[in-house]
Design a protein around this ligand. Structure first.
Ligand code: ADP
Length: 465
């Protein structure tokens, strides 16, 4: 069976895809109890985290009582945490007003929690009885937005609307923004289907699954490539140890072999990490460390390499020390990536400047070059996966993953990356990182790891010939 298909538990709705947005127009609390209880029971049986967001027209005890009439083990689901009942204020209301941004982030939090705890996804009931007329417009926009974002999540939601408090215009909006709308006709429930949205849900879901499959395949292949590559690299290193002083041809071949092994190592590592970040499996190993010292060390180590290409590297900072909570290995990777691009796209005779700017709450790392620059119309795109300004055969070596990984790593640190560039004049990448510290007293002075392992520079710079 298609794993993205879920049993809704609602008659006339049947199986639904993750990302389905359902509405029910009720005129009594019993109406929605009847529908919502069988919908929730279905979710509990299918290993989904179930969340009931209740409003002022009912209470925790009333819902539990009703659930217990229809299922024997309601209480045990609450106790084990698979069924959660929370008041509307925990999702929608902050400081006595409806907060759209908070509501979105609360839903995202519960979907992530469901997946983290091993459930298939989140199934929610959300009663909108709290909705006052003054919130209608913002709420409609919020619902439209939810309809656009949930197809990408393992999330289904049944929104409850009290028909007695809803005008015709609002009903039209509800039908527009939900894939199914359940209404009561005399004593029966009828389902109005929004075919356009149903098709869209399905297409988005399939595209999302296809993407996931592709990512899994990329990650598996990359892991498989690592083993033979390590064997080749190990053999090359052995050959290097055995090489004679005189044989310059042999030296040249070994160098070519090694550089190309490093390029493959870099590509494979980047693919593995970017897939992990995409799947939200990537964890930073954060610790308090002096980022000013770290960046200075990296710069000094790279300067010599750049000089061999006739490019000078300057370093300057307006502070001697700044301890922040970060992953030093990944900071190194960010800096090395930006520096390797700067060297790659700056002709001989050029200059690269690194500057650390202490902005109290934040620290700014600026990598500036006077190289070829980036055309204005390409500047937004270069942070996207596989994007390169010049895709012609004459272009520089590279895969177009570097900057998307840098951006993802900066964002994992809670920071941002900006670019200023003029074609023909040069580029300036600005990384802004928040200065959170765990315990300033006990921070450790971190030596950049490639002090002990120059391999790291060789790997990050392997695209430069
Ligand atoms: P690649 O592996 O191709 O270098 P990146 O993601 O690191 O991939 O960079 C994407 C593209 O951005 C590069 O191919 C290049 O066109 C452009 N670019 C990045 N940094 C610079 C720079 N300092 N100067 C000019 N162009 C740059």
């Amino acid at each position: 069976m298609d794993e993205s298909l879920r049993t809704s538990g609602i008659e006339n709705v049947g199986k639904i895809y993750w990302g389905t947005h359902i509405a029910q127009l009720y005129d009594s609390v019993e109406d929605f109890f009847n529908i919502a209880v069988s919908y929730i029971t279905s979710g509990l049986k299918s290993n989904e985290l179930c969340l009931w967001v209740y409003s002022q027209n009912t209470s925790f005890d009333e819902i539990i009582k009703f659930l217990e009439v229809h299922m024997d083990d309601a209480d045990s689901y609450v106790k084990c945490g698979q069924l959660m009942l929370i008041p509307y204020t925990e999702i929608y209301i902050e400081d006595d007003t409806f907060n759209e941004v908070r509501a979105n982030s609360r839903w995202k939090h519960y979907v992530e929690m469901a997946l983290k705890e091993g459930y298939e996804g989140l199934r929610a009931v959300a009663d909108t009885y709290w909705l006052e007329k003054s919130y209608y417009r913002t709420f409609e926009r919020y619902e439209k937005n939810i309809q656009n974002t949930i197809p990408e999540m393992n999330f289904i939601v049944l929104c409850l609307y009290d028909v007695r408090r809803t005008d015709t215009l609002q009903i039209a909006e509800i039908i527009k923004n939900h894939s199914y709308v359940i209404i009561k006709n005399e004593h029966n429930f009828e389902v109005v289907r929004n075919v356009e949205l149903q098709i869209k849900d399905r297409q988005l879901m399939q595209a999302h699954e296809h993407d996931q499959l592709k990512n899994e395949f990329m990650a598996n292949v990359s892991h498989e490539l690592r083993t033979p590559l390590n064997v080749i690299l190990g053999t090359v290193q052995l050959l290097e140890l055995r090489k004679t002083e005189e044989d310059t041809k042999e030296h040249k071949y070994i160098k070519i072999l090694k550089q190309n092994c490093y390029r493959l190592v870099r590509l494979i590592n980047n693919i593995i990490d970017i897939t992990k970040i995409d799947a939200d499996f990537y964890e930073l190993k954060k610790q308090d460390c002096d980022i000013v010292n770290l960046v200075e060390e990296i710069t000094v180590s790279v300067a010599e390499y750049a000089l061999s290409k006739n490019i000078t590297v300057d370093y300057d900072a307006d502070t001697d020390k700044k301890v922040i909570n970060c992953d030093p290995d990944q900071i190194e990777r960010i800096v090395l990536n930006l520096l390797s691009n700067a060297i790659k796209f700056t002709p001989a005779g050029g200059k690269i400047s690194i500057f650390m700017h202490d902005k109290a709450e934040k620290i700014e790392l600026i990598v500036k070059d006077n190289g070829i620059g980036i055309p204005k119309d390409k500047q937004q795109r270069i942070f996207k996966r596989f994007e390169q300004v010049d895709k012609s055969l004459a272009r520089h070596e590279g895969s177009g993953i570097g900057l998307s990984l840098v951006k993802a790593l900066v964002e994992k640190h809670g920071g941002i990356i900006k670019l200023n560039s003029d074609e023909g004049k040069g580029s300036e990448f600005i990384v802004e990182l928040p200065c959170n510290v765990q315990n300033i007293e006990s921070y450790q002075c971190i030596d950049s790891t490639f002090k002990n392992s120059p391999e790291k520079i060789n790997i990050e710079f392997s695209d430069i010939y």
